[in-house]
Design a protein. Structure first.
Length: 121
């Protein structure tokens, strides 16, 4: 299955697009859902705890957006992958295969840059 040209087109399109869409989801805070694991709650969309009276509530009920960012990027990348799967091979051969590595590396650098504020003291 991995040797078929259609699967290769899907895999390269999905992987490359996933990397880019994950950076966009992280930068724009576009989570498909938000998880509050200590409360056992999953809410659709991005929800931030905004307790003005007691800001410690954000510590007691931390929200996890990572799962939503992953889901957002995966859904978008799957759409691009299906489009690449349906395109003829001659359309996708015009794209240089090295872009997969370049885009992935740039996406990793962008993720490190976007998460640096979380690690500042």
């Amino acid at each position: 299955m991995t040797s078929s040209a259609s699967f290769r087109r899907f895999a390269f399109a999905f992987g490359t697009t996933f990397a880019v869409l994950y950076v966009v989801a992280l930068a724009k805070d576009l989570a498909l859902f938000t998880v509050f694991p200590s409360l056992g709650i999953v809410l659709a969309g991005t929800h931030h705890t905004r307790d003005v009276a007691d800001p410690a509530l954000g510590f007691l009920a931390p929200a996890i957006y990572w799962y939503g960012w992953i889901a957002t990027a995966a859904v978008g990348a799957a759409m691009f992958g299906v489009v690449a799967l349906l395109l003829a091979g001659r359309w996708t051969q015009a794209v240089w295969p090295g872009w997969v590595c370049v885009i992935s590396a740039l996406s990793m650098i962008a993720c490190v840059y976007l998460t640096m504020p979380w690690f500042k003291l």
